[in-house]
Ligand binder design. Sequence first.
Ligand code: ZN
Ligand code: ZN
Length: 205
Amino acid sequence: MQTVPDWVFEFHGHRCPFMPIGWRMGLAAMSRLGMEREKDHGAFVFSEMGDGHPQTCMMDGLQASTGCTYGKNLLTRLYYGKVAAVVYHPQKGALRVALRSEVADEMGKYEFFSYRRRGIEPSEIPQAVSDEVINYILGLTDDELFTFQELPGFTYHPTPSSFNKVKCSVCGEYVFERYVVSKDGKPVCIPCSGYEKTLAKKPIL
Ligand SMILES: [Zn+2]
Ligand SMILES: [Zn+2]
């Protein structure tokens, strides 16, 4: 039986089976690639998840086990709507890990999902009910849980990092160089440029 440390459940906020699936997906990929949990910026995770499906909890587990976090810009979402991810280390290679459909089918039989189908949030579900499906996941072997596929030709070139910044000539706030736009010949930030698709002014998500 595998375990998930308490801090990961605390970070995630509730007890559900998809976070542990992501935790194990990351560990399984790391051991097969022979890589350590990423401290800095040397490995990348490409989640095949999209929006609008509850399985996205998987990505919190993946981030926790691999260290490839959203904040370090090491997690990219591919929007395929699949419970799968590619873990990539430039020196070790790339491995795609996908949840087996049989496991997804079996999970659906647990009481946890009858609560979820009634619109009950995971934190409102009795822990004994949540733990039943979590323990099912944690009791499977890596090969029972996932399929693995090596991706020999996989490469990825992240956006180079730069500390260069410029002060917006309108609001006076700093803008990282890549995002500075020019308005009437002066450097401005995107919101001050009048650009309509700015999240801060007009959410597009
Ligand atoms: Zn969750
Ligand atoms: Zn500005």
